[in-house]
Design a protein around this ligand. Structure first.
Ligand code: SF4
Ligand code: SF4
Ligand code: FES
Length: 272
C-alpha cells in the first residue's frame, strides 16, 4: 500500500513518512456571520498548523482567507485561536496535538472578522498612535546617549514584541467587552508606555508629557488586574505583567501618593 493510500485511511499512525489525516474545524464567514466548517486534511511529519491551513486552501477551500507572511514567528501576522487558545499558526506544531483530536481554528475573538481567519486589528494601530513617541533629551546630540546595561536590557525585552496582538486578544478587559476598548490600550501598549516611562533618557516630563498619569487616566491601566493571561500567550515570552504592567502600576501609585508630588500639584493648582 502506498503512503498516500495509508494517509487516506483516517486518524492514527500511517505510512513510513508519518503522514496521517487530521480533523479540522475552521471558522468560515464574513463580518460577524459564519460558522465552523469540518475538514479532513493530510498532515506530514514536522508540519505546523499554518501548513495544514495552506493545504486546505490548495486542495479543498481555495477561497479560505488567512493572513501570514514570514512563517517563522517573526511578522506577527498569523495570529488565530487554536482550540480556543491564542497562538501563532506558524509556530504551533501539529505534533502537540493528539492525532485523533479535532483541531479547531478560529479568528481572534477580540477583533472584528473581515473574513474567515482574518481580523481587523486597526484598534491596535489607533492605540499605538495615541502614545507620544520617545522625546529625545535636548542637551544631548545623537551619538552622545549613554545608558546602563540594565536599562538597555529592559528596553530590549519589550522591543522583542512582534505585534501579533495575541496579548490584546486574550486580555479579558476587552475580549468580551467592546465597551472597554475606548478606555483601555491593552497590554501591548501599556507595555510601550512602561518602556518609555522607564527609559532613562526620555525627556517627556520636560516636554510636559506625564506618561504615568496618562497610563492611568487615558489608557486604562487601572482596568488591568494583573492576571498574567497576556504573558502566558506571548510568543516572544516577554514578561509583560511582571516587567512592564506591575512596575508601571507601582510607578503610577508612587506618583499619586508621593507627598512632594502632592504638594507640588497643590501649589500649581493654587497658582493657576
Ligand atoms: S495582566 Fe492585565 S493586561 Fe494582561 S491579560 Fe491580565 S488584565 Fe489584561
Ligand atoms: S507583547 Fe507579545 S503577545 Fe503582545 S503583541 Fe507583542 S509579541 Fe505579541
Ligand atoms: S507567519 Fe509570521 S508570525 Fe506566523
Amino acid at each position: 500500500m502506498s503512503e498516500a493510500q495509508t494517509a487516506q485511511q483516517g486518524n492514527g499512525p500511517a505510512g513510513p513518512s508519518g503522514a496521517y489525516r487530521a480533523h479540522f474545524r475552521v471558522w468560515r464567514g464574513e463580518a460577524g456571520a459564519g460558522d465552523l466548517e469540518d475538514f479532513t486534511v493530510e498532515v506530514h511529519e514536522g508540519e505546523v498548523v499554518l501548513d495544514i491551513i495552506h493545504r486546505l486552501q490548495a486542495t479543498q477551500a481555495p477561497d479560505l482567507a488567512v493572513r501570514w507572511n514570514c512563517k517563522a514567528g517573526k511578522c506577527g501576522s498569523c495570529s488565530a485561536e487554536i482550540n480556543g487558545r491564542p497562538r501563532l499558526m506558524c509556530m504551533t506544531r501539529m505534533s502537540v496535538f493528539d492525532r485523533a483530536e479535532t483541531i479547531t481554528v478560529t479568528p481572534m475573538r477580540t477583533f472584528p472578522v473581515i473574513r474567515d481567519l482574518v481580523t481587523d486589528v486597526s484598534f491596535n494601530y489607533a492605540k499605538a498612535r495615541e502614545i507620544p513617541a520617545f522625546v529625545p533629551p535636548p542637551e544631548l546630540a545623537p551619538g552622545e546617549y549613554r545608558m546602563q546595561q540594565e536599562d538597555v536590557g529592559r528596553s530590549q525585552e519589550f522591543r522583542k514584541c512582534i505585534e501579533c496582538f495575541l496579548c490584546q486578544d486574550t486580555c479579558h478587559v476587552v475580549r468580551d467587552h467592546e465597551e472597554n476598548k475606548a478606555a483601555f490600550a491593552g497590554p501591548r501598549f501599556l507595555m510601550r508606555i512602561a518602556e518609555l516611562d522607564m527609559h532613562p533618557l526620555d525627556a517627556a516630563p520636560e516636554a510636559g508629557i506625564d506618561r504615568k498619569t496618562s497610563a492611568q487616566d487615558e489608557h486604562g491601566l487601572g482596568f488591568c488586574n494583573i492576571t498574567k493571561c497576556c504573558t502566558e500567550v506571548c510568543p516572544e515570552h516577554i514578561k509583560i505583567t511582571d516587567n512592564a504592567l506591575i512596575p508601571l502600576k507601582e510607578r503610577a501609585a508612587d506618583r499619586k501618593y508621593d507627598p512632594l508630588v502632592w504638594l507640588g500639584n497643590k501649589i500649581r493648582r493654587r497658582t493657576e
